[in-house]
Design a protein around this ligand. Sequence first.
Ligand SMILES: Nc1ncnc2c1ncn2[C@@H]1O[C@H](COP(=O)(O)OP(=O)(O)OP(=O)(O)O)[C@@H](O)[C@H]1O
Length: 237
Amino acid sequence: MSTETEQTQASSITSPPAIITRQLRFCWPGQANAPSFPDIELNQGEHLFLHGPSGTGKSTLLGLLAGMLAPDSGSVELLGQALTNLKPGARDRFRANHMGVIFQQFNLVPYLSALANVTLPCRLSPIRRARTDSGPDAAAANLLRQLAIPESHWHQGVTRLSIGQQQRVAAARALIGAPEIILADEPTSALDADNRDRFLDLLLTLAEQRRCSVVFVSHDRALSSHFHHQLALGGEA
Ligand SMILES: Nc1ncnc2c1ncn2[C@@H]1O[C@H](COP(=O)(O)OP(=O)(O)OP(=O)(O)O)[C@@H](O)[C@H]1O
């Protein structure tokens, strides 16, 4: 069996799709039937807008893509790696190396500064660290500057930032070290329309500069035109 590093090197030559899912089903405790999810095929550098009414499984699907949930049946293949075949520890390493996740509740580490939150993926992944040309601190500073977080806030505890600023710190943490895949769960829900559009433009511009694929969950159909593809859950058109 080849190692992840060998497969990643092979991937860069043949560029397999960023994401392929087939016949995914997942049942939460208490759910009568395991809902099935539509198949996804997303090439590297492409962006997918995932929408649908509340409770239709958008966050669950992101959890399956991130390898945080294991499907009852079906498969997830990311960058040519069958995620569903990896043991939990290997899945965690794969996520740290190749994915940036922006959670609905941000999941920032409350006792760390904004800067330390952003550099965290580089401490967990040598691959992400190696992709920051001038080092994690400089890369984090660059992202925080691009995301308009005032320098006076970089060394403050992250809980002292506004909700909109925390969202942007979470985006910077997802982008650092140029992971190939970014999963974003309603990252603009707390922002007003102007800040939402600015945030989205910036996220997609930074993702494009780094050739990241983005899967972006939102209720807000007005955002869909920013994305290459759309996928509806729950029978929405
Ligand atoms: N931790 C959990 N334990 C049990 N059931 C869960 C859990 N998380 C989600 N569910 C159930 O799974 C279904 C899909 O939830 P999910 O959060 O994936 O939907 P969603 O489309 O992301 O909703 P929203 O737009 O409100 O965030 C819901 O019926 C929900 O109750």
